[in-house]
Design a protein around this ligand. Structure first.
Ligand code: X2X
Length: 338
């Protein structure tokens, strides 16, 4: 399985988008189990590239009985629209950040707590261990099924069109876009920023029209969404890690005979691991690539940000809000937080 090269990521967006658009618009001959898989990411993001590969493998191994049509780029609506759709069965699969899933499953916020994960070793120890199990159990209490392996989105950085963010004081009066994610709204309010919740499909325009001064996302999304075209500065705050749960509508999932479900789960989970590896490669290269596109990088000392969150009562609030079981599952993987 080849990894997505840096060059492929930044230059293949047209081809990838075209292939996915064609794939989604050219009426595929209906198979016995035809599923819609929606997400908010650009077609060139490794998540869509690997999901497309997985869909082909699923179709091949099931002899065409199971097909997944992929709808990237928020084609089927905003994140909050698509979450409603996967709950009703209007779409069958949705990849969604735990930050936004938290509007339905509050405990999903736990993976987005500020500065919770020091590195990827801690992320995968948690998400492939007790914390991931805990959150999937909470998701299962809704009418959704979460696949075993969470996909990587990455450690999030702050971009700006006005000034580099180097200390909490720089966030005072800074108009930052946040996804409709309770824990991030809380985090950036706690840091003193002016928070504007906007769905991802509206973000490029909001930045371009200066409705907001900046936003925060991993480098792979800054690159594939081309935010470097309308942002000047990027501060490597690594203020939170984020991942995408691969969610299935429960009745659509249970409609599949067990042997077909096993094939679908096998290839989707394998694709998640391949996508994680892709991002690991990209995370080592994208800063150079984005610098070449004009983005100016900064490496702020993050301890003042952590201290400001603690002083604002952020960790105490979320420990109480999420509960001791969730907090114990988190600290089992990362040690003491807050
Ligand atoms: O909306 C965002 O910023 C994104 C794409 O990172 C999420 O899905 C949370």
């Amino acid at each position: 399985m080849t990894s997505i090269s840096r060059r492929n990521l930044l230059v293949a967006s047209g081809a990838a988008a075209a292939s996915l658009v064609l794939g989604s618009r050219v009426a595929a001959a209906p198979s016995e189990y035809s599923y819609k898989f929606a997400n908010n990411l650009p077609a060139a993001h490794p998540m869509n590239v690997r999901a497309t590969e997985a869909a082909a493998k699923i179709k091949a191994e099931t002899g065409g009985r199971v097909t997944l049509q992929i709808f990237p780029n928020g084609q089927l609506g905003s994140d909050t629209d698509m979450l409603s759709q996967v709950r009703t069965g209007a779409i069958d699969f949705l990849s969604l950040s735990g930050l936004i899933l938290a509007t339905l499953v509050p405990s999903a916020s736990i993976t987005g707590l500020g500065f919770a994960f020091p590195n990827y070793e801690a992320v995968w120890r948690a998400m492939d261990g007790s914390l991931g199990t805990y959150v999937r159990e909470q998701i299962a209490k809704t009418n959704l099924v979460a696949m075993d392996k969470i996909w990587d989105s990455g450690f999030r950085q702050i971009t700006s069109s006005t000034r580099p963010i180097q200390a909490p004081a720089d966030l005072k009066g800074f108009k930052i876009r946040i996804g409709p994610a309770p824990v991030f709204i809380s985090m950036f309010k706690g840091l003193g920023a002016g928070v504007t919740p906007i769905n991802f499909d509206q973000l490029y325009t909001a930045l371009q029209t200066k409705i907001v001064d900046g936003q925060e996302n991993p480098l792979s999304i800054i690159a594939t969404a081309k935010f470097y075209e309308i942002q000047k500065f990027c501060s490597m705050t690594n203020h939170a890690w984020d991942g995408f749960w691969l969610l299935a509508n429960k009745s659509a999932w249970e409609k599949l005979p067990a042997p077909l479900r096993d094939i679908v789960a096998k290839h989707i989970n394998a694709a998640a691991l391949a996508e994680r590896a892709d991002l690991a490669v990209l995370n080592g290269n994208l800063r150079t690539e984005l610098s070449g596109k004009g983005l100016k990088f900064y490496e702020p000392n993050v301890q003042p940000f952590r201290d400001a969150l603690r002083e604002a009562g952020f960790y105490g609030y979320w420990r109480k809000s999420l509960g001791e079981e969730a907090w114990a599952a988190l600290e089992k993987s990362i040690g003491k937080l807050g």
